[in-house]
Write a protein that binds this ligand. Structure first.
Ligand code: FMN
Length: 230
């Protein structure tokens, strides 16, 4: 029996999908990163559940599997404050597919390397933050078909920001979960430094919708991760 035949009949650890968690707020004092850190933990749990269900029979290319396994992780925090993209400065529209600048190429490669994505957004004056729109606008085809969910937060859960973001991501043909978890943040949740006293407790208020949406993304991202490379 060849090594390849053997691996198709022996249970293996399947590919772990790589799911980006985009932190959409970039203010110097913010709660977005705290919320995204907790969301990333839920993503990791959701992926672990999906991975446990898959066996080697669904792994198409065993060689690719081993080559890719080590450098893949469950949840990748993409903090737009750290990524620090300038305002869109590519000379040609993203629809051209040209990525001429170093930061555009790096951002394009990062998003292209994802199997799924969670957009964590605050609500500013009924909309989502400008740096998030800018980061989205840098790219086009990279977003198409990407299994994703929108997680918003705010006094009323940031639902208006989520609705606007949904319109934009739908235009880009992002594969969106039906449910947008909306995390309600009350004034009592904030400490004197304007950050959350206990982010896990705040996020737990939306645990059911979060698990449903992130579980959906993990399933779709898991299937995407098993695809042979194009
Ligand atoms: C410019 C600005 C506009 C805001 N507008 C809203 C709003 O429309 N709805 C809301 O629920 N909260 C609003 N807030 C309060 C935010 O929900 C709160 O400041 C939250 O901490 C913002 O997320 P961040 O800390 O990650 O930036 C606003 C805050 C800022 C800074």
């Amino acid at each position: 029996m060849s090594a390849l035949t053997q691996t198709t009949t022996t249970p293996l650890r399947p590919l772990r999908p790589r799911i980006g968690v985009i932190v959409g707020s970039t203010r110097p004092v913010r709660i977005g990163r705290q919320i995204a850190d907790v969301v990333a933990d839920v993503v990791a749990d959701s992926v672990a559940d999906v991975v446990a269900d898959v066996t080697a029979e669904s792994v198409a290319d065993v060689v690719t599997h081993h080559a890719r396994e080590d450098d893949r992780s469950h949840a990748v925090l993409l903090d737009l404050r750290e990524i620090a993209l300038p305002f869109l400065d590519e000379p040609t529209p993203p629809s051209s597919g040209e990525r001429t600048l170093t930061h555009s190429r790096a951002w394009s490669e990062t998003v292209s390397g994802l199997d799924g994505c969670i957009f964590v957004t605050s609500e500013y004056n009924g909309g989502y933050p400008a740096p998030l729109k800018n980061a989205i606008d840098f790219l086009k085809e990279e977003w198409a078909g990407l299994p994703s969910a929108i997680v918003s937060y705010g006094g009323a859960g940031g639902k208006s920001a989520a609705a606007q973001l949904r319109t934009v991501l739908t235009q880009l043909r992002v594969d969106l979960a039906e449910v947008d978890p909306a995390i309600r943040v009350r004034s009592r949740h904030y400490g004197e430094d304007r950050t959350l006293l206990n982010a896990a407790e705040v996020v737990a208020g939306s645990a059911d919708s979060l698990r449903a949406a992130l579980g959906w993304v993990a399933e779709r991202a898991g299937a995407r991760a098993q695809r042979p490379a194009a």
